[in-house]
Design a protein around this ligand. Structure first.
Ligand code: ASN
Length: 308
């Protein structure tokens, strides 16, 4: 059953109103920064014959329209790549649906519908995106601190502006120090954001570029929030060569048929690029110092819970 009383209590609260003001600021400050950097905003795609495979999300959101099968967007990764034909630097605020296992409702950080600021840059290398990500984070945090001091005080949030460059470690270093479930332990152990680099191929999707000098290792990254807030951002350089894409799809055991249209474009020639996506609700959670992600937006959808 839908819990109308809890929804009303949250929506009528001073706390919620303040969260939403800060969140609106986060969107403004992101756009302000990206405009300065000559990015162009494109509109989000909600359904398409192709979406991010994210093979760990077994349930696929699908709709049938006019006899064609459309996927509900898990991420706009391929649409970002294809938009580079028109624009060299682009971003979108993209609603994504990822039907997580219902136990994830207790994690404090999973919603089945969320929005990511997803951007892509033609001819860029990972290094460029690490620098851009750092500047973007520092810009947003600095602007929130300046414009929303009263709100942050309400949340008793002493937001630190991290120093640039952020620390970088590799995936294998993280596993060595914290084990395979490094996720939480790493985030709890740091007090400034940290880049995690070089994921093994089996941990990621086929579109993150394999390092030509280190087979099996990808030129990609995650940004990890400090204080236990977990993953902030995910991205990397992209595979853009047809043969390599085909090989990666095959190694993942994915049916070529499901990426038929994408492969047609790849055959014509995709453009080299790098990019990343930042979850807006998780960023709001981190900035406000909120434990439960369900309190970071209107109509939050926790896994396994009926939501509006
Ligand atoms: N947005 C991510 C990227 O650019 C992909 C994702 O969300 N799975 O790599």
């Amino acid at each position: 059953m839908y819990d109308i009383e809890s929804a009303l209590t949250l929506w009528l609260s001073d706390r919620m109103r303040r969260v939403l003001h800060i969140q609106s600021g986060i969107l403004d400050f992101s756009r302000e920064f990206l405009k300065q950097k000559e990015f162009v905003e494109i509109l989000p795609v909600v359904i398409s014959p192709i979406t991010d495979p994210l093979t760990d999300h077994r349930i696929r959101g699908e709709v049938e329209c006019y006899g064609f099968r459309y996927q509900i967007t898990k991420s706009m990764i391929f649409h970002k790549q294809l938009s580079l034909y028109s624009l060299p630097r682009l971003y979108t605020f993209s609603p994504n649906v990822r039907i997580e296992a219902s136990e994830c409702r207790f994690s404090g950080k999973h919603l089945i519908e969320f929005v990511q600021l997803d951007l892509e840059v033609k001819d860029a290398r990972r290094e460029d995106l690490l620098n851009l990500g750092e500047e973007l984070f520092v810009h947003i945090l600095t602007r929130v601190k300046a414009d929303f001091a009263a709100e942050l005080k309400f949340f008793r949030r002493d937001l630190k502006i991290p120093s640039i460059p952020f620390r970088r470690i590799t995936y294998s270093e993280a596993v060595e120090s914290y084990g395979l479930d490094y996720d939480n332990k790493l985030s709890v152990s740091i007090d400034e954001p940290l880049w995690l680099l070089d994921f093994p191929e089996e941990n990621r999707e086929f579109y993150d570029r394999e390092n030509p000098d280190r087979p099996g290792i990808l030129i990609d990254m995650d940004l990890i929030y400090p204080e236990g807030y977990g993953e902030a951002l995910s991205g990397g350089e992209r595979e853009f060569e047809y043969e390599k894409i085909k090989r990666r799809i095959m190694r993942k055991g994915i049916d070529f048929k499901s990426y038929e249209i994408y492969l047609l474009f790849a055959q014509k020639g995709l453009l080299p690029s790098a990019g990343f996506g930042i979850g807006i609700e998780r960023l709001t959670r981190y900035i406000c110092g909120i434990q439960q992600i369900a309190e970071t937006r209107m109509f939050a959808k926790l896994p396994g819970v009926l939501s509006l």
